[in-house]
Design a protein. Structure first.
Length: 181
């Protein structure tokens, strides 16, 4: 069979055929990209919203963890304090200390200040008494009355308080014992 189409026309037909094939493949490829893009956009929106939600959950979880750590530290501190208080000797109401000091003080000794220091670690509260005594003898008698009282122990009167003979400014430190029964 003889082809009656001239060679130039045959070349032109082959070019047009190739151009149609390439065009069809390009259109198919482009439409595939459009379909893929159309299907990817909702997926992108979904993933983005899930990432935002997980980011918010992470922030909330980190805030909760911080609050839990703070609460844990406070609880540990409270437990330590409770343990120390449980080990501490029976506390004496401070009004009882004032009543005892008032009963032990006479007209020759006047108390100007009383400082109370709860010593939590040792378990023994300490009191520092400052005042003025009219003489050494009245100060020594006051110290003796303090030592004989069941509420006080470890009474310390520095020797420097006994330097003067009259109008002696003194400072006595002592520890409280458990209230006598």
């Amino acid at each position: 069979m003889v082809n009656l189409i001239p060679t130039n026309a045959q070349k032109q037909i082959k070019r047009e055929y190739r151009l149609r094939v390439v065009t069809v493949w390009a259109v198919l490829l482009a439409s595939s990209f459009v379909v893929i893009a159309a299907l990817t956009v909702p997926l992108y929106v979904l993933v983005d919203s899930q990432l935002e939600a997980s980011g918010l959950e992470y922030e909330q979880a980190s805030l909760d963890a911080t609050a839990m750590n703070e609460a844990k530290e406070k609880l540990v501190h409270a437990n330590e304090t409770a343990k120390l208080l449980a080990q501490k000797k029976t506390a004496v109401p401070f009004s009882n200390v004032f009543d005892a000091l008032e009963s032990l003080t006479d007209s020759a000794v006047s108390i100007t200040s009383v400082a109370y220091t709860p010593d939590v670690k040792e378990g023994t509260p300490q009191v520092v008494i400052q005042g003025v005594a009219s003489s050494r003898a009245s100060l020594a008698d006051f110290q003796t009355r303090l030592e004989s009282h069941a509420l006080f122990e470890n009474i310390v009167l520095p020797l420097s308080n006994l330097v003067q003979d009259r109008d002696i400014t003194f400072e006595i430190s002592l520890e409280l014992t458990a209230e006598p029964s």
